[in-house]
Ligand binder design. Sequence first.
Ligand code: UGA
Length: 426
Amino acid sequence: MKVTTIGAGYVGLTTSCVLADHGHKVICLDVDQVKISKLERGEVPFFEPGLQELLDRVLKKGTLTFTDDRKTAYYHGEIIIIAVGTPPQIDGSPDLRFLKTALTDISEHLSSHKTIVTKSTVPPGTNKWIESELAQKADRKLFDVVSNPEFLKEGTALEDTLNPDRMVAGGNSAEAVARVKELFSFVSAPWFTTSLTGAEMIKYASNVFLAAKISFINEIAAICDAYHVNVEDVARGIGADPRIGPAFLRPGLGYGGSCLPKDLSALIYAAKSKGINPKLLPAAGEVNDSVTKSYVQRLELLLGTLRQKRIAVWGLSFKPDTDDTRYSPALTFIRKIQEKGAEVLAHDPVVKETSEGIISQPDPYSVLTDADALVLATEWSVFKQADWGRVSRMMKGKIVLDCRNVLNTGEVAAAGLDYHAIGRYQ
Ligand code: UGA
């Protein structure tokens, strides 16, 4: 099929590459010319495992091209995939500016039939609105709209796209939904079909449930800590119940990234705009905000004060295997300890510099000289395999605060270091 993808971010680029690898003829459009130039040179503009190799392959096959020329892009696709960003605004609602621009462009290029597939995460009612907006500007027979939310995770984007748990399609036209199923016919996951708005709600409810699950285990971890109970045992014990499930029960600094915090705020906003006052959803966000504070307090307690203390921090990205630092709990933690007078030296395996001006030092050990404490903020696997003897010899203090409950406590202690975590006891 001829496909146009609008947006070359994690969702747009991964989807484009995978579709192109499965024989579809794909043009990927982005307004960011720097990004497009990089992609034309064959460079993936962000860190995502496996994506560079796949891009190399599809560029060789000639099934994927990039452009910033809207006319070329919109003319090409019989399927138009909208994968533009919907970043959060101050009031919690997502900014639909990029989506609206895409719609205007689509309406101006509807010379033949197009199936518009919305992958961007959009508030309930948006796809219905897209349909009515287009109907005002163009012949109704020339387009269909299908809401096809994306569930891929950064760090495992490719695997998630090739082997998703489920596919969701919402739409008013059975033929259009069938076309989208055909587009992804290489996927063996079950399809759930619903209304346009139903699909939007599935996406929000999924992300918000995951956020609530993380906040739940973080609250349980705090209680476990007070009772000297190992929260991992509790997570395993409750996770064995299929009604609960073991995934997403890892306690720590809380959730970050460009999706969970944004979608939680957006769903609260959407509920309030209909006169509904949710209670559980804001609580999930409040717990998430409070976990960083708990770790800051723990470090302060361990050191007596943070003033003029030198703190080594491992990890800047919002989770391992990505260079994305948007809403990274590691950065919130760093900002809070800096406000309390700490000097921070950080290292991340792929992040070079954050928008806050934190520069990643060249290697994990270079941040340790004279450090009063080491904080593990993001659980990159390289940190789990650290040479703890070397860490111990380089640091001034002995405190290791594991904010992700992942380090081998025995190895850390054997090197003469004082291991600390929240809710981790043997
Ligand atoms: C999330 C969803 O998991 C995807 O299904 C969805 O498609 C995506 O948002 C999106 O809407 O685009 P992502 O933001 O890439 O994916 O990352 P997650 O793996 O969900 O992690 C989110 C945060 O939760 C991270 O900060 C991670 O460290 C944290 N987390 C995750 C925990 O603190 N504990 C856990 O047990 C799991």
